[in-house]
Design a protein around this ligand. Structure first.
Ligand code: ZN
Ligand code: ZN
Length: 439
């Protein structure tokens, strides 16, 4: 039974899987004996990976099911943090809980011998207010944990230099903690980053453009206007109306949209519009988000949007203050070498990708993984799950908890593991990825 902000989930007609065991803090229900099964020295890594997932998939499902049933908001993912940390500790990773001082971030490392590729898998696990796991981050965590366990087991059974790191990155939906983690050096000393993300597409295929942004950049700002209050009936001519400034800004932004490229976005809300209708509003504010696929576009449109607020301040005789309360997000630069490897393995398992270059009507969104991609080679491939609605809808919440989401999640996880093991067996690929980064 859901309580608190997620009580709506009880209306979603979701039946928890009977396989989900109860969980207590500090314990793990992951069957760690599984990880000690058999040596695989003579197997190819492809068959090794497929065999291991056959053994792991039910337990991986129980991880995402637990997260789905206990959704936690950005920055409050305490149970997810404890569960995922406990699983990785139990599997023999060197785990740092509350990594870098973030209460719900963690880091897990395993290195066979030094000098090999240093591969990072990112897990997200936050949910959304009212709608729970409507972005499927429970599946991101499942896929990430699965890939990390399989890569580690391979390294333990094969004499290859390499390192696998799991970064538990909280607060993607609200807070963009990866940007803060970059500033604290979380991604230093790593060679590449992979994370997968569920979406749904009408034809079941998934878009994936290797060499251009598939997540667009984002800059948010809050424009606060301060005017002068006055009696709205007795002496309105004495007032300087801050709400007028907000309305003028909103209207100017609406006109600005006409001159934007279709891959760019502007959206806004009015958090404060005055306190009493019979007083000329002294204070009002508008929160604006600008998104664009390239940095030049992002900067240009943000400048134009801020100018809408500046013009409104002049016309309403109010004083404007522009604040940037949340970090800006850079567009995702998918690394072509890394993307090509992932795509090959995903296609081998039946995933279909479509080239969306030049389309202006595709699903546009932003993520803090975009900022990571400017630090080191990064991909965040999407994978399709059957859903009646897009991410952040109640329908997607249902879909991310459904049995039918499991095969595509496992395929995406496998493709990450196969990509990683290919790189561990072909270390010069890392140099190719970094050469691309420097272009
Ligand atoms: Zn989301
Ligand atoms: Zn998401």
């Amino acid at each position: 039974m859901q309580t608190g902000p997620f009580h709506h989930l009880s209306t979603l007609n979701y039946q928890p899987w009977s396989t989900v065991p109860s969980w207590k803090p500090g314990s793990t229900y992951f069957d760690l004996e599984l990880l000690a099964l058999g040596l695989v020295m003579s197997e190819s890594f492809e068959s090794f990976v497929h065999d291991r997932y056959e053994l792991l998939k039910d337990r991986l499902q129980s991880v995402s099911s637990f997260l789905w049933s206990h959704p936690e908001l950005s920055g409050e993912e305490y149970r997810a943090h404890d569960l995922l940390s406990a699983i990785l500790e139990g599997a023999g990773f060197d785990v740092t809980r509350q990594y870098l001082g973030f209460p719900t971030a963690f880091r897990a490392d395993h290195e066979s011998t030094t000098g090999g590729p240093r591969i990072c898998i990112v897990c997200e696990y936050d949910a959304l207010p009212d709608v729970g796991h409507a972005c499927g981050h429970n599946l991101i965590a499942e896929a990430g944990i699965g890939a990390a366990l399989v890569i580690k087991e391979y390294l333990e059974n094969n004499p290859k230099p390499g390192k696998i790191t799991v970064l538990g990155c909280p607060a993607e939906e609200k807070g963009s903690y990866k940007v803060l983690m970059i500033e604290k050096g979380a991604f230093k000393g790593l060679d590449l980053v992979m994370q997968v993300h569920p979406h749904s597409s009408s034809d079941g295929k998934f878009f994936f453009v290797k060499l251009r942004a598939s997540l667009i950049g984002k800059i948010g700002f809050l424009a606060e206007f301060t005017g002068k209050p006055a009696h709205a009936a007795g002496a309105p001519w004495e007032g300087h109306n801050a709400l007028d400034a907000v309305v003028a800004t909103y209207q100017a932004l609406s006109m600005l949209r006409q001159q934007m490229h279709p891959t760019c976005r502007i959206h806004a809300i009015i958090p404060h519009g005055g306190t009493s209708a019979n007083v000329i509003p002294e204070f009002a504010s508008i929160e604006v988000i600008v998104r664009a696929p390239t940095l030049p576009h992002l900067k240009t449109i943000t400048e134009k949007a801020e100018n809408c607020a500046r013009a409104a301040a002049i016309s309403s005789n109010t004083v404007l203050k522009i604040l940037k309360p949340s970090p800006s997000l850079l567009p995702l630069k998918s690394n072509g070498v890394l993307a090509g490897l992932y795509q090959r393995y995903a296609e081998d398992m039946g995933t279909e990708f479509v080239d969306i270059t030049g389309r202006g009507t595709r699903f546009e969104a932003s993520s803090d993984i975009g900022s990571v991609s400017w630090e080191l080679p990064t991909i965040q491939p999407g994978f399709h799950i059957d859903s009646e609605g897009p991410n952040h809808s109640r329908e997607f919440t249902v879909a991310s908890g459904c049995e039918s989401a499991q095969p595509p999640t496992i395929r995406a996880s496998k493709a990450m593991a196969l990509t990683a093991l290919n790189i561990i067996n072909n270390p010069p690929l890392v140099d190719s990825m970094w050469q691309e980064m420097k272009k």
